[in-house]
Design a protein around this ligand. Sequence first.
Ligand code: ADP
Ligand code: ADP
Ligand code: MG
Length: 464
Amino acid sequence: MDKSSIQKLLIANRGEIAVRIIRAARDLGIETVQAHSEADTESRAVLMADEAAVIGPPAAAKSYLNVEAILKAAKDTGADAIHPGYGFLAENAAFADAVADAGLIFVGPSGDTIRLMGDKAAARAEAKKAGVPTVPGSDGVIEDMEAAAALAEEIGFPVMIKAAAGGGGRGIRIAHDAEEFRTLAPQASSEAKAAFGDGGIYIEKVIERARHIEVQVLGDGEDVVHFYERECSLQRRRQKVWEEAPSALLKEDVRRELCSSAVALAKAVHYKGAGTIEYLYDDETGAFYFIEMNTRIQVEHPVTEMICGVDLVGEMIAIAGGGKLRVSQDQIIREGHAIEVRLNAEDPSNNFMPFPGVVGELLTPDGPGVRFDHMLYPGYAIPPFYDSLLGKLIVWAEDRDKALMRLKRALGELKIDGLPTTAPLFEALLESDELRECAVHTRWLEPWLDKNLDLIRQKGGSDE
Ligand code: ADP
Ligand code: ADP
Ligand code: MG
């Protein structure tokens, strides 16, 4: 990769993704500044970065979402670029604009692109325009409740009510009939206003028994390439917990169609940076429907890195620094199978209750085909103020069966004392025949959890 024009990168995020970004920057010879809240002074990212700058008290609203403090930290430390990671300000168009207005490089697309594609209702319209199939639903945000109720009736219940500014599985409601719709829609709108600062809602037909399949794209503002798909159907409360690449049962012709539709859409908006186009895929009919675009790096990007041998975070930094795509589509070759599991500081046998604590003894898995992206070290006190993601365990092998075997081996090597984690969930899941056969969909995991609580408890117990 060509050396980027960026000299010093400020990381406006925390946790495992901050560590990941520091590594990518170092591999490019770029200096790093870790912006952090007062609660994160002892974080691994702060300890690793070349410099650190406090941006406010623990509450994210006063630190990781504090645009002025972040820009001041960049100025004070002489950083010339800002990486937003995921979550927080990563898909905030006003932030991207403010970074550019301050004469700094935002590692991501322009504010205008975020406005277009980060607004989920607007993105649906863009997808339609680019000829990408969308889920039947409303055109844009709902302006008139009665017209929306009539439309919901027409497309058929159940329908999903979604917040245009939503993310992370939040801001979604399901209405089963017109009466429920009339109750839930205004509620959803006022909640979205409170949670995301934007009350815009739209509706979509519920696609039953769908798989979540998404395509990784990378653009330089002119050209766009894809790095194939990820399957993220294992979800709890619409949040991904286990991701794979490739999607094991996807037929080659559908894969081709899916990937080229993602490229067409990204090209239509002159996409610059790393992005993901998310779809729902119906196994039975072979139909796929666009649901949204994430205009940032995603949590599950490593499975793609493992099968394609690419550093996506490094590439997005290089492109932000003025570089062009350095790979053409025919140079992107995928090989083998990768699986990622999300390790959260949550107790899976107690309704996934968040459980921040102090890390005791720590043994991390490694060896062939194993990667552990995390923020842990022995003695680290996990702050209770943020997302419970501790890290991601990623494995790669020649095929899916071998990757499953390797995941079992890696989970066996992992030991995190001092707090419960979601590791026992994955040890239990490895015993599921349905998962082994990939016979899953987005609503498969939740009932499985209810039925297998004892198995998860048992796995948690044998971990001690
Ligand atoms: P991914 O596909 O990368 O998992 P998610 O949509 O699950 O994407 O979001 C990744 C992270 O960002 C999660 O930690 C999630 O909680 C957070 N996040 C995403 N969008 C928002 C939002 N609009 N508001 C608050 N947090 C968000
Ligand atoms: P977010 O922005 O929170 O990530 P998404 O629109 O990507 O929201 O949807 C999150 C998840 O909700 C999907 O992965 C899927 O499991 C479920 N979902 C979303 N839209 C639909 C739909 N129309 N039908 C069925 N499930 C859906
Ligand atoms: Mg999504």
